[in-house]
Design a protein around this ligand. Structure first.
Ligand code: ADP
Length: 412
């Protein structure tokens, strides 16, 4: 253990100052007395210095020795390596074409065995290798595709560090790139979905303007009927887009109002039955007693509309549609089952994507927008509920939404 003197306290400083004053006083008195006794000046000064010296020593002998205490431990372990390894970005130091240092993320990306030699072999990416080889620093990071996995996106920067080495930083931007691509795809899909009915409506308006169709009542009625259908399709699409963006905007605020789902199911089923020209009695309800859940009544109504609507659209005509509510493993379970064409397994993971349809023509012919299940997914997420779709081709589909119940503590 290292020891060092503590800094002088105020009391010690005062003592030292006093000893100095005593020594000066002794010098003045003894040298003055010797000179007054007619001693030569040099001799007077010598005896004065001697007196001052002895006075100082005496003072020192009577004083306390300086305290020694353990010094605080200052040799902390060097954690630089640990910190660099904890950085999410891949970091490489390259000197004379060889990788001399790779952090944990870089070793994971390129493989531990490859990050020790020539950087071109480790990276296997011509654009990235050229950037490192060129002697310029990257002012702005450069976007790189296909390092590691083919569909990942990176931003890369190269900086010169001491001793002619280069520090290469690679930041994974795959997630934001996917989000951006989804946004662009969404706008393109929405525009495309709106453009088709709009083109139909414009076409019929032109034909009606041409004259013959205006005079022929039957043709005019038919055209107007088609235009009405297309306009309703556009309206449905715009309504679904607005719902989706509202639900997405609210996704972080979990609904707080306790709601019994049974009465909402009965109400929605009633509305759908009355809207069906025939086959309203296909909808069978099996509502068991279940605890209330925290829910947004309007959104639960929309979720039921979409799921029962799909069961009607894709179920075989005249087959029953069963809407069941019960309690399972301490949660409230809602199930909608149809006997229809079913969905083959490869489509199941993508059904909740916006505008994803198994058969686009079939969906449009029954008035689908391709947004119904995306809306259901977002409503379920907002309610912290899980969504599960099971289906067997040729047999039918069951969609299950399972809600958490309100805990006792939160009720009290
Ligand atoms: P859509 O408006 O096209 O019905 P959804 O988002 O509600 O859009 O559903 C996406 C696709 O999933 C539908 O186009 C359809 O192919 C399929 N689908 C949804 N529900 C069912 C179901 N009950 N039976 C069979 N296929 C379904």
């Amino acid at each position: 253990m290292k020891y060092e003197a503590l800094p002088r306290t105020g009391q010690e400083s005062a003592m030292s100052d006093r000893r100095g004053a005593h020594a000066v006083l002794a010098f003045a008195m003894v040298a003055g007395a010797a000179w007054l006794l007619a001693a030569p000046l040099a001799a007077s000064l010598v005896v004065g210095v001697g007196a001052a010296f002895f006075t100082w020593i005496a003072g020192a002998a009577s004083g306390e020795p300086a305290a020694l205490v353990p010094a605080p431990v200052v040799d902390l372990p060097d954690r630089t390596q640990e910190v660099i390894d904890a950085v999410d970005d891949a970091l490489l130091i390259i000197e004379r074409q060889r990788i001399t240092y790779a952090n944990h993320a870089a070793r994971r990306l390129f493989g531990a065995e490859r990050v020790e030699g020539d950087y071109r072999l480790a990276l296997r990416h011509p654009v990235a290798a050229d950037l490192i080889a060129s002697d310029r620093e990257t002012g702005d990071p450069v976007e790189i595709a296909g390092l590691g996995d083919a569909d990942r996106r990176w931003v890369m920067s190269v900086r010169h560090v001491e001793g002619g080495a280069k520090l290469v930083t690679l930041r994974d931007r795959t997630d934001s790139w996917i989000a951006e691509r989804m946004r662009v795809d969404f706008v393109a899909n929405a525009s495309h979905e709106l453009r088709t009915p709009l083109a139909t409506i414009l076409g019929f308006i032109e034909t009606l303007n041409e004259g013959r169709a205006v005079e022929d009542t039957a043709i005019r009625q038919r055209f107007l009927g088609i235009m009405m259908g297309e306009a309703k399709r556009m309206q449905q699409l715009v309504d679904d887009l607005i719902s989706l963006s509202r639900i997405e905007a609210d996704r972080f605020s979990v609904p707080q109002t306790p709601l019994a789902l049974g009465p909402v199911i009965e109400e929605v089923a009633g509305v759908i039955r009355s809207g069906l020209r025939e086959g309203g009695d296909r909808i069978e309800l099996a509502i068991e007693s279940a605890p209330e859940v925290r829910a947004d009544r309007v959104q639960i109504g929309q979720l039921l509309h979409n799921l029962i609507g799909n069961a009607i659209k894709y179920g075989r005509p005249a087959t029953p549609i069963r809407v069941a509510l019960d309690q399972a493993q301490g949660r409230v379970r809602l199930r909608i089952t149809d006997q229809g064409e079913g969905i083959s397994p490869e489509h199941l993971p993508r059904l909740t994507e916006r505008f994803y349809r198994v058969d686009a023509g079939r969906s449009r012919s029954v008035g689908g927008t391709g947004l119904g299940l995306a809306i259901v997914k977002h409503i379920a997420e907002r309610h912290r509920a899980t969504l599960d779709i099971e289906s067997k081709v040729g047999v039918g589909t069951t969609v299950t939404v399972t809600f958490p119940v309100i805990s006792r503590e939160s009720l009290s």
